[in-house]
Design a binder for this molecule. Structure first.
Ligand code: ADP
Length: 482
């Protein structure tokens, strides 16, 4: 079903402002019309009651004289005409106390007075008002005032005016009220329009930027509005999300470029050897033996790199970290120490282990943590001279809820300029130490270790000095047993 509501926020807000103001105007007008009509009627009633009382007071003496036959009916009539004929809308009739009409403005006498008139003779105030219908059927406001001389009733003066007089007065005020209300309604719609625009415009900008981003324009950003606060936050969040996306995409691109480059190097070496074998080297057994050994080592290097890449992607996608258990890291350190002791001995490197008793346990994936430590110790032995030393340490961290794992060596060290890069993927510090030949490493070991530390909510870092040695450290959160 199609909604009859406007489809845009702007349209909906304007419509709601307009509806609210129109409904309020209608309700106020209905209420005000009643109040104004009552007020109009009261005003007309008062005006003509005052007139009636004044005229009645002036008539008392002449009427008394007429009753005593001292003046004629014409004199009385002339007096009444002179006094009241200037009010065009007004009609009047003078009744005798018996209820019989004596004088009428039109000259045509009505029949006897209605019961309301007789009431005027009896009630305390001596006056009464009511709404009635005249002979032509139009509604009129009637007023009757009693004329008395002391205790003696002399007659009743009845005035009547069209009821529309009262309506006219209230209609004018009501017209003014509605006009004002319409101006208010229009102003409110205008306010609604600007308010709606201040909301709709930023939303539209964010939508446009999202569309551009979706089409691959990674530099698309929105200008954050200062108000409303919610949209300002939305725009800023969108921008930081786009920043992050752009960074990730560029990291991914450089990763793919680096990986392709790294894989191409051993492949080129293999291809060259194969070509050499084809073009005659096969005939020479010692040479072909050497080439085959080189091909084998390149294939090993390739497969190590591919498996490192797979591990890295698995760790970063968080698959293995789900297999976490409560671990005593001291055991893991001792295991790795065992694994490397023969190799260290062969390399002429002394290996030591310093494990503080009672270090807290960690919640982690044992295989991954072992892999992390393995990489660090492997490097430490690889990059340390004969006669050097490697120390594996485990202690409580700076705060009791952390653990500090250290691998310290007295090896070559890393230059300050290269330190910030050693955890990057494929980064190798070969240039600084040509005498040790090209590294057989993939340049992925430390980035794998970093991913593992971070997947455990920890941090990894290094302090190093060229010629003195390096200390790699990993800080991990202790497992809180709740
Ligand atoms: P690789 O597999 O090449 O060792 P890594 O990511 O493990 O790659 O290390 C990156 C680079 O950091 C290495 O090429 C090496 O030059 C340097 N490095 C790592 N550990 C040490 C260390 N203990 N002492 C000196 N240099 C190190």
């Amino acid at each position: 079903m199609r909604s009859i509501l406007p489809r845009t926020i702007q349209g909906q807000l304007i419509l709601s402002h307009l509806l609210v103001s129109l409904i309020s105007i209608a309700l106020i007008s209905i209420y005000a019309a009643g109040v104004l009509y009552q007020a109009g009627r009261a005003q007309v009633e008062k005006q003509y009651t005052d007139l009636g009382i004044a005229a009645a007071n002036e008539l008392v003496e002449p009427l008394r004289q007429y009753t005593a036959d001292q003046v004629t009916l014409e004199t009385l009539e002339a007096l009444l005409h002179r006094r009241l004929d200037r009010y065009a809308e007004l009609h009047y009739t003078l009744f005798q106390p018996s209820g019989n009409p004596l004088i009428d403005k039109s000259g045509v006498m009505p029949s006897t007075a209605e019961p309301e008139i007789r009431q005027a003779l009896q009630n305390d105030s001596g006056k009464v008002s009511w709404i009635g219908t005249d002979a032509q059927g139009s509604r009129r406001l009637y007023l009757a005032v009693r004329l008395t001389d002391g205790e003696q009733a002399l007659g009743i003066l009845r005035l009547d005016v069209p009821l529309s007089l009262a309506l006219d007065a209230s209609r004018r005020s009501l017209g003014l009220l509605i006009a004002t209300a319409l101006v208010v309604a229009l102003t409110m719609s205008g306010v609604g329009f600007f308010l709606a625009r201040s909301i709709a415009e930023p939303i539209q900008n964010i939508t446009l930027a999202s569309e551009r981003l979706a089409q691959g324009e990674l530099g698309a950003r929105v200008e954050a509005p200062t108000v409303p606060y919610e949209l300002d936050r939305l725009a800023k969040t969108f921008n930081s999300m786009a920043d992050r996306l752009q960074l990730l995409v560029s990291e991914l691109r450089s990763f793919v470029a680096n990986a392709s480059h790294e894989l191409r190097t051993p492949l080129t070496a293999i291809k060259l050897r194969v070509e050499a074998l084809r073009s005659g080297a096969l005939e020479d057994p010692p040479v072909s033996e050497r080439f085959l050994a080189e091909i084998e080592s390149e294939v090993d290097r390739l497969s190590k790199m591919v498996s490192d890449l797979l591990d890295l992607s698995r760790i970063e996608s968080g698959l293995d970290t789900s297999k976490k258990t409560t671990l005593d890291l001291g055991g893991v350190v001792a295991d790795v120490y065992e694994t490397f002791s023969v190799r260290a001995e062969r390399a002429g490197v002394e290996m030591k282990m310093e494990i503080q008793p009672d270090v807290p346990a960690v919640l982690g994936n044992e295989d991954q943590l072992r892999r992390m430590l393995y990489n660090l110790v492997d490097n430490a032995i690889k990059y340390t001279h004969r006669g050097g030393q490697v120390i594996l340490g485990l202690q409580t961290g700076q705060t009791p809820d952390t653990l500090l794992l250290t691998v310290k060596d007295t090896g070559f060290g890393i230059a300050a300029a290269q330190l910030p890069h050693v955890f990057e993927r494929f980064y190798r510090v070969e240039a600084t130490r040509p005498r040790y030949g090209p590294s057989q490493g993939s340049g992925l070991g430390l980035s794998i270790s970093k991913s593992i530390a971070e997947a455990h909510g920890g941090k990894i870092g290094v302090e190093s000095q060229v010629g003195k040695g390096s200390t790699f450290w990993v800080e991990l959160p202790a497992h809180k047993i709740s």
